[in-house]
Write a protein that binds this ligand. Structure first.
Ligand SMILES: N=CN[C@@H](CCC(=O)O)C(=O)O
Ligand SMILES: [Zn+2]
Length: 427
């Protein structure tokens, strides 16, 4: 990168995790190949990284250039901005009333079958005005940013009519345009079968394919299409139809697969070469193999299995061993995972999925970036990439999942601008 001046030099970084390495999602042992540089620095110009590495090398690289601002990282940990590749950010209402049901042992799918769960959020989202949805989504995105997320995927799927789906997607667009964090939009009209289509899911699938997808495409409101492939929701065949149609229209494909029952969702993700498959708690080895062959990234959501009190977790170790790239996400939503904190997910990734801190940071940076089609611009601190980075009140990577339940973020830099300082929003 040829630049006239350096806008910001972050120096005296005690532990710099750049995630530099080969392009592409990381799988197998490459998920652990994370260098911990002592005495690091990052030079930034025009919102992009000029150099990131040992401080001496970075200073040599920018010799002779005017440096507009220097920021002393005080010997602390710096990573690329975290990427949250799976959220249901825009929604109305909340579902704390489900806690009592959950404690009585009523399952997630039973609550949904009784017209609660996702369908109760659908009612609240339809009732809410765009302004209300906008303010609520912004508040959550602020929290995500405070916890280190600089890019976030956001799904629709609480409208389930053409107009209400478009409403959610318009809100996501407005939030993206007015908030420093970047949002990547996914259309998920096939999140549940709406109540007025009960027993007629085929008709609803037709509506998604023939009316919703083309209109979302026409208005350019989403990059990806996602389907909840699960018993009592959408079958593998229905999911195949929706995703095939979406692919033909130019959407990237994602799938909520094998969350509760082994349905063959992972296999379908491989067959359709989806960019990612999500949840995967019940996915089979055969499913993992097809995902590997299809180049699908596994997005694991350990806060969801924790919050649903599920006895099993996604088999991240097996996927890593089999060569499937793993990403991690909050799955922020008002039902199965009401948390914006990727740092909580770090702890659950380590303790429940048995991933190492190195694998966890790979899963929340470069692999998460590839899971939303942004691997060439974010996810690592490399010359030419967007200058998104986080300074933590922590000495090293393992400290983040180890000291759990609190926010370690001190500073967030987004596209070269400081947007969180001293743990407070400053944008
Ligand atoms: N599993 C399906 N969808 C969401 C939950 C949505 C909700 O419960 O409101 C998920 O990814 O966990
Ligand atoms: Zn989800």
């Amino acid at each position: 990168m040829n630049v006239q001046q350096v806008d910001l030099l972050v120096y005296n970084i005690g532990n710099l995790v750049t995630m530099q390495g080969h392009p592409g999602p990381r799988a197998g042992e490459a998920m652990s190949e994370v260098s911990h540089l002592e005495n690091g620095a990052v030079a930034i110009a025009d919102g992009k990284i000029v150099a990131a590495g040992p401080e001496k090398e970075v200073r040599d690289r920018i010799t002779g250039l005017y440096v507009a601002e220097e920021l002393d990282a005080q010997g602390r940990l710096v990573t690329p901005g975290l990427v949250d590749p799976h959220t249901h950010l825009v929604h109305g209402g909340s579902r704390e009333h489900e806690l009592a049901l959950k404690l009585q042992g009523v399952s997630y799918l039973d609550i949904l079958a009784q017209g609660g769960g996702i369908l109760s959020t659908v009612r609240a989202t339809r009732r809410a005005t765009e302004e209300e949805l906008y303010r609520k989504a912004r508040r959550s995105l602020d929290i995500m940013l405070l916890y280190g997320a600089t890019t976030v995927e956001a799904k629709s799927g609480y409208g389930l009519t053409l107009e209400d789906e478009l409403k959610q997607l318009r809100v996501a667009k407005r939030v993206n345009e007015t908030h420093p964090a970047d949002l990547v939009s996914t259309f998920m009209g096939a999140h549940a079968v709406p109540e007025d289509y009960k027993g007629r899911s085929g008709d609803y699938v037709n509506l998604v394919i023939h009316e919703m997808l083309p209109e979302v495409k026409r208005q350019g409101l989403a990059e990806f299409c996602d389907v909840f492939c699960e018993h009592g929701v959408f079958t593998v065949e229905q999911s195949r139809r929706i995703l095939t149609a979406a692919k033909e229209m130019g959407f990237g494909c994602k799938i909520h697969a094998d969350e509760i029952e082994p349905m063959g969702g992972a296999e379908l993700a491989g067959e359709l070469e989806c960019i990612s498959a999500e949840h995967l708690l019940a996915a089979t080895d055969e499913g993992f193999e097809q995902m590997r062959q299809g180049g699908v990234i596994a997005v694991c959501l350990p806060a969801t299995s924790f919050n649903l009190r599920l006895q099993k977790h996604a088999r991240a170790r097996k996927m890593i061993e089999m060569g499937v790239p793993v990403a991690l996400s909050t799955d922020y939503n008002p039902g199965s995972s009401p948390t914006e904190s990727l740092q909580l997910v770090m702890t659950l990734g380590c303790l429940n999925l048995r991933m190492t801190p190195e694998e966890v940071i790979t899963a929340m940076t470069i692999n998460a970036a590839y899971a939303i089609g942004r691997g060439d611009v974010i996810g690592s601190l490399e010359p030419g990439k967007q200058a998104d980075l986080v300074i933590y009140n922590a000495p090293n990577l393992a400290y983040l999942p180890y000291h759990f339940g609190i926010n370690h973020v001190d500073t967030v830099i987004k596209k070269g601008k400081t947007v969180v300082s001293n743990g407070q929003l400053v944008y």
